[in-house]
Structure formats: structure tokens, C-alpha cells
Write a protein that binds this ligand. Structure first.
Ligand SMILES: O=C(O)CC1=CCC(=O)O1
Length: 256
């Protein structure tokens, strides 16, 4: 599927693809664009299937579908090889790419994500809630996982914007990606990832805490390094943007 994308930064810069969480759109990466483009990278961010301005698929999708969308995006842009930074569902997509499309991925950053998350019935129930209770109810719960209480209290306007982002996501698009998460399990294939990999976990992330999620990825991907960011819940790239940007830039710019 052809995804909605925005490319910013120098046209001849190394390409960094940014891929986000279920219930988000490409604006969740706003805090990363300035620092990355200023450092000379060409930043490509996109809306996953059924999110933002990317069409809703007519059937539940799989992680392979989401990874295939990134390959199509790279082909469309004429990009042979890119760095990939993914958070949550975006990180799952990044792991799939590292496993199945190693020639297309340079350096990999896997942020607040998991090699297997919950079980299929849990995600089918989330999809059912999206369809029957509506996306505002999904957004009410998401915002609690995405940000700490302290951050929401200090940034009520921004919290409202992120709530709106999820509430505006089509229920069928959200449900399609619930299926992709519920049906994915990449744990046994992680040792196949050859890309230099940075794993970022957030200390206060209730959805994909370091233990059992980021730690598992870092243990299984050869040579991977884990960084745990304090003072952030699931959307650590927003809540601790400066820290995450420093880690990402350090990893992408590391001496080869
Ligand atoms: O449930 C959430 O909102 C957290 C999450 C799990 C996978 C993902 O993309 O976001």
C-alpha cells in the first residue's frame, strides 16, 4: 500500500525513516525533525496503514504488510538503503525489516517496542473496542499509557492534541493494526538482524517496559545496545525528546 509520507531535510542527506505507534500519525515525530534535519539527515516520516492520511486496508493486516509498505515507500522515493527509527508498532516494523530486508536497512533504532506483545485475543478485544466504543474511548486509555501523569499535568494542550490524534484515527485502521500486533512474534528471528541496533526503553512505560520487552530485544539482536530513558512513558520521543534525540543522533552518526 502506498503510504502518506513527508520528506524533509537536505535532498542529498542520508535517509532516516521514522515510523510510529498504533493510534498515531506522522506528526508524533515533530520533536525529532528539527534536530535530525539540522544534522544533515533527510527525514522521511509516514502514516501507517489506516492511520493519518494513509488509506484504511480492507482486511486486517500483518507485520509483513506493514514492512512491505516501507519497502514500497523506499522504492517510490528511489532510496536503496535507509536508517530506520521505529517506536512501538513502528519498532515492530523495524524488526521485521531488519530480519527480512537487511539490504534496505542501515542503522536501526527500536524505541519502546516489543518482539511479542500480549496475545491475539487481547488485541482482538482492543479492535472490538475501537469498533464498538469508538476511538475517543481508545484515545482516553492510550493517552494514559503514552505519557506520565506529570507530563500530562504540565502539558495539557499537547496532551489534548495527542488525544485528538488517536481519536481521529479511523476505527477500522486501528483495528487492522491491532491484528498486526496480536499476530506478530519476531523473538526467535531477532538474531538474524545484522543492522547496528540501538534499543531505547522508557523507565515509566506501562505498555512496553524495559523488562521483558526492550531488554529481550537487546539480548537477542547481535551487538545491540539498550538505553533506558528515565522520566518517560510510552511516547518517550515526545516526553524526553532531547534525550531521545541525543541517543538517536549518536547511534546514526557512530563511526562505522
Ligand atoms: O497500546 C498502546 O497504546 C501502546 C502501544 C502498543 C503497540 C503500539 O504501537 O502502541
Amino acid at each position: 500500500m502506498r503510504v502518506n509520507q513527508v520528506a524533509e531535510g537536505p535532498a542529498d542527506g542520508e535517509v532516516v525513516v521514522l515510523s510510529g505507534s498504533i493510534g498515531s500519525n506522522l506528526s508524533m515525530w515533530d520533536p525529532q525533525v528539527g534536530p535530525l534535519t539540522s544534522a544533515g539527515y533527510r527525514v522521511v516520516r509516514y502514516d501507517p496503514r489506516g492511520h493519518g492520511r494513509t488509506p484504511v486496508p480492507d482486511a486486517p493486516c500483518t507485520l509483513a504488510d506493514l514492512g512491505g509498505d516501507v519497502v514500497e515507500l523506499l522504492d517510490t522515493l528511489g532510496v536503496e538503503r535507509a536508517h530506520f527509527v521505529g517506536l512501538s508498532l513502528g519498532g515492530m516494523t523495524g524488526m521485521w525489516l531488519g530480519i527480512h530486508e537487511p539490504d534496505r536497512i542501515d542503522r536501526l533504532v527500536l524505541c519502546c517496542t516489543s518482539p511479542r506483545l500480549g496475545d491475539p485475543p487481547m488485541w482482538e478485544e482492543r479492535a472490538r473496542q475501537a469498533r464498538t466504543q469508538g476511538m475517543a474511548a481508545i484515545a482516553d486509555a492510550s493517552i494514559q499509557r503514552w505519557f506520565t501523569d506529570e507530563w500530562r499535568a504540565r502539558h495539557p494542550e499537547l496532551a489534548r492534541e495527542y488525544h485528538h490524534m488517536t481519536a481521529a484515527t479511523p476505527a477500522e485502521g486501528y483495528a487492522a493494526c491491532c491484528h498486526a500486533i496480536g499476530s506478530m512474534d519476531v523473538l526467535d528471528d531477532l538474531p538474524k538482524i545484522a543492522a547496528p541496533t540501538l534499543v531505547i526503553s522508557a523507565a515509566d512505560d506501562p505498555a512496553t517496559p524495559p523488562a521483558g520487552h526492550g531488554e529481550r530485544i537487546a539480548e537477542a539482536v547481535p551487538g545491540a545496545r539498550l538505553e533506558v530513558v528515565p522520566g518517560a512513558a510510552h511516547l518517550a520521543n515526545v516526553e524526553q525528546a532531547a534525550h531521545v534525540n541525543e541517543l538517536v543522533l549518536g547511534h546514526l552518526g557512530a563511526v562505522r
